[in-house]
Design a protein around this ligand. Structure first.
Ligand code: TRP
Length: 352
């Protein structure tokens, strides 16, 4: 099977370490494996606008920020086609046709949309566009015949809904026009949904609990030193809890045995460190400084590349625009196939 990969992010803020372990790491792995036909990475500005209609500047300014985050994290523009969603108007047209295949009650059952609706305080004032973004996300994926979608946990309901839409389209119009995509999740469960530094369920900009890829060393350290651990672990000698402890969650996600040899040679691996913490006698400062060393090592080269890339913003925009044209041409072909299957290709009525 030829592999076509597509994934993306909303440009509502800079990318953080939750994005890194949740999706960027898998993207880098796929990029390096190289056994794909096409790899698209979409900056989903149209989707970001579904709950930012009055905040266009935020979305606009974050497009380049996210592009720089991608490139500085190691996404190679020669291997991956990075583009801006709104430059592919075919996606909006597809969304219209897909809307007819989805019920309102199905939309309201999407758990991620439910959670986001709650977080944003939308009660009876949910914008229709926001409610429908899973349908537009299905278009993002299906337009490119993408069968592999590397994402974090929270995107699973979107992929599920995309599969339903694809099946509904193929069965309604009795042709096998659209693919059935599969989500690719990180193997490590902690990485699928990284907790915030405050210990809340998800790292998110609005909760102010993120460590960003672009953060300066002192900011990273300060966020780690203030991270939530175990509130009952008061004296060093107290036994500590590892579950729900942000520092251990992050160590689960980021630390490798080599880090112990380099920064904390008294322990062989994370298991040993956990045993000691649980038993008592291991202080929070020590584990936080260890985590800080690991994060600094990961983020320093990303930050340095970012500083270089920031000098060439025009070139990045140019690359995005060129890719947008290519992506639009690909989506146009899929749209044509859809219209043929639906029988709404009226031009065919013209006698030559
Ligand atoms: N919903 C994703 C997010 O919130 C962004 C996104 C838009 C996406 N279209 C996509 C992800 C298609 C994967 C595939 O970050």
């Amino acid at each position: 099977m030829k592999k076509i990969i597509l994934t993306g992010d909303r440009p509502t803020g800079n990318l953080h370490i939750g994005h890194y372990v949740g999706s960027i790491q898998n993207r880098l792995k796929l990029q390096e494996a190289g056994d794909y036909e096409k790899f698209y990475l979409m900056i989903a500005d149209t989707q970001a606008l579904t709950d930012n209609a009055d905040n266009v500047d935020k979305v606009k300014n974050n497009i380049i920020q996210v592009a720089i985050d991608y490139l500085s994290a190691g996404i190679d523009p020669n291997k991956v086609t990075i583009f801006i969603q709104s430059q592919v108007p075919e996606l909006a047209e597809m969304t219209m046709y897909f809307m007819n295949l989805v019920t309102l009650s199905r939309l309201t059952r999407n758990p991620t949309v439910k959670e986001e609706t709650k977080m944003r305080g939308f009660t009876s004032s949910i914008p229709v566009g926001f409610m429908c973004y899973p349908i537009s996300q299905a278009a993002d994926i299906l337009a490119f015949d993408a069968n592999i979608v590397p994402v974090g946990d929270d995107q699973l309901p979107m992929i599920e809904q995309t599969r339903e839409i694809s099946r509904a389209f193929n069965s309604t119009y009795k042709q096998n026009v659209l693919v059935l995509p599969e989500a690719v999740l990180p193997e490590n469960e902690t990485c699928r949904r990284l907790v915030g530094t405050d210990g809340s369920a998800k790292m998110s900009k609005s909760a102010g609990n993120c460590i960003y890829l672009k953060d300066e060393p002192d900011v990273i350290k300060q966020k780690i030193m203030n991270a939530y651990t175990d509130p009952n672990h008061i004296k060093v000698t107290d036994p500590g809890k590892v579950e729900g402890n942000v520092v251990f969650e992050y160590l689960d996600a980021f630390c490798k045995d080599e880090h112990f040899a380099k920064y904390l040679p008294e322990y062989k691996n994370l298991e040993e460190l956990k045993v000691h913490y649980r038993r008592g006698g291991l202080g929070d400062v020590k584990i936080k400084l260890f985590l800080n060393n690991i994060m600094q090592e990961l983020l320093a080269p990303i930050r340095e590349r970012r500083k270089e890339l920031e000098k060439n913003v025009d070139e990045i925009y140019k690359m995005l625009f060129e890719n947008g044209k290519k992506a639009s041409a690909v989506a146009a072909q899929t749209l044509q196939r859809m219209k043929d299957a639906m029988g709404i290709n009226y031009l065919k009525f013209l006698k030559k």
